[in-house]
Design a protein around this ligand. Structure first.
Ligand SMILES: Cc1ncc(COP(=O)(O)O)c(C=O)c1O
Length: 471
């Protein structure tokens, strides 16, 4: 060996490759060994990430020295391509395309795998896996809705059912209520999702999972995830959590016992509000009655109906969101502080009937939120979303919407920009007033997603609009 570290490292690297080739009886064996080495390397990186700070993982994910050397770029490059390639040999291609090896996502067709989407999935899997000892795996999808579809349909056969909180995003409600019955899948809604006995009473032999959105959009119901996971597991089924509103910066359901967590990453995961996307993260082993998907759930999806149905995330969106995730904790902390300030202002205003924010002691699940909604340093944070009810019913709420001149009146949430909406006339307009009431969306409610603008600017604008509608 020489004096130079570079030369010695290079020799060691080549000797390792030579050793692998010499000890390998066939070309097939060579590719299989390389593939298991990659799977092992990723698993080791994931376990190592558990000892890193949230911010380190949020910044780098699994993009490390080797990748930087390989791509000659310290930021993750954009692989805006339909396919990578080329295969090292005919056999390499055959093994890759039959999912017997997974040695490089860039050799696969981008509907199935892509370097940017792969890295984004690993970053989410590592962040959601912080705090729980198990290995986690992730898969990116074209939207939050397709993450929900991909995850839930994997468990369902005609005649099966699942139990879900009715405090879910409207699109989810439509998917479960309108689309699923066409395949013979039945949702059993829980209208009082804070009551565990209600959940238990709906579980039967054909129930394949429990589903909850927490905090929920727009009603801000906060679920007792450890208790629901315990209940699900006692029946041999998994708990699936839509954790879109919280993001891994505020709650990590897997550490509280959930089996699978999914997100619309069109929201706070992507503060610039530029991309639609979704992600699924599962523990390596999940509780389920179906042994075929009990282990490596996410990769089975990837080689199964995810591949067949095609809801992949664009590499460009993956790149944007991968970058955005580097600041998620910092943004979330700011969102939480500003939202608390605004909620405290609103709750004392004479024109406000009620403020719904998990950070207020008046919120029905405040104690649950206090236990589960924590920034990575352990301090409580309650998110960016709140809603408030204007005194004087529907008419006054409409007047407020006309008078309020701050942020953007649009149906979105979680971005760095303040957005707000009067739900009764927009997002929930197709429901009757009674239906809205039972879903917790009153006619005088404004949903308000606190952005990163100065909180005092927002408060001044709120005060001005509320003043205007006083009489
Ligand atoms: C809680 C929640 N889950 C899922 C979705 C669907 O996400 P996407 O719009 O990315 O399909 C939304 C959208 O608003 C949401 O709020």
């Amino acid at each position: 060996m020489g004096e130079s570290k570079f030369v010695n490292d290079k020799i060691a690297e080549l000797e390792k490759e030579l050793e692998l080739l010499k000890s390998t009886p066939s070309e097939e064996e060579y590719f299989r060994k390389r593939s298991s080495a990659r799977v092992k390397m990723r698993a080791e990186q994931m376990m190592a990430a558990k000892n890193q700070a949230f911010d380190t993982v949020a910044l780098w994910g699994l993009y490390g020295k080797e990748d930087i050397k390989r791509y000659k770029c310290f930021t993750l490059p954009l692989f805006m391509t339909t396919a990578g390639g080329s295969y090292d040999s005919l056999l390499d291609g055959a093994l890759l395309l039959s999912y017997q090896t997974t040695n490089d996502p860039n050799k696969v067709y981008s509907r199935i795998d892509n370097v940017n989407s792969d890295h984004l999935a690993w970053k989410f899997a590592a962040l959601e896996g912080l705090g729980s000892p198990e290995l986690t795996q992730g898969l990116c999808t074209s939207s939050g809705m397709s993450a929900i579809l991909m995850t839930t349909m994997a468990f369902l056969e005609p005649g099966d059912n699942f139990v879900s909180s009715n405090r879910v995003y409207g699109g989810t409600e439509q998917l479960f209520n309108i689309t699923y019955p066409k395949s013979g899948w039945k949702v059993k809604w829980i209208t009082e999702p804070w009551d565990l006995r209600k959940w238990e009473s709906k579980i039967d032999e054909k129930t394949k999972f429990l589903y909850v959105e927490s905090p929920s959009n727009p009603t801000l119901f906060v679920a007792d995830i450890p208790a629901l996971a315990k209940l699900a597991h006692s029946h041999g089924i998994p708990l699936i959590v839509d954790s879109t509103l919280a993001s891994p910066a505020l709650m990590r359901p897997l550490e509280h016992g959930a089996d699978i967590v999914l997100h619309s990453i069109s929201k706070v995961s992507n503060g610039s509000c530029r991309a639609i996307g979704g992600v699924i993260v599962a523990k390596d082993k999940i509780v389920t009655k179906n042994p075929a998907i009990a282990q490596d759930f996410v990769n089975k999806l990837k080689g199964g109906h995810f591949r067949n149905m095609g809801p992949c995330l664009s590499p460009f969106n993956s790149m944007l969101i991968w970058d955005e995730m580097s600041t998620i904790r910092i943004r979330m902390k700011e969102h939480c502080e500003k939202a608390m300030k605004i909620a405290n202002f609103l709750k004392t205003h004479p024109m406000i009937e009620a403020v719904n924010y998990p950070g207020l002691p008046t919120h029905p699940q405040h104690e649950v939120a206090k236990r589960l909604m924590k920034l990575p340093d352990g301090t409580n944070g309650y998110g960016y979303l709140l809603s408030f009810n204007i005194k004087g019913g529907l008419e006054k709420a409409k007047k407020f919407a006309e008078a309020f001149d701050f942020g953007v009146q649009v149906t979105h949430l979680g971005g760095s920009y303040t957005v707000w909406v009067h739900n009764a006339t927009t997002t929930h307009a197709q429901m009757s007033s009674e239906e809205r009431k039972s879903a917790g969306v009153l006619d005088n409610m404004i949903r308000y997603s606190v952005g990163l603008e100065g909180a005092d600017d927002a408060i001044k604008a709120l005060e001005k609009a509320l003043d205007k509608i006083k009489d």
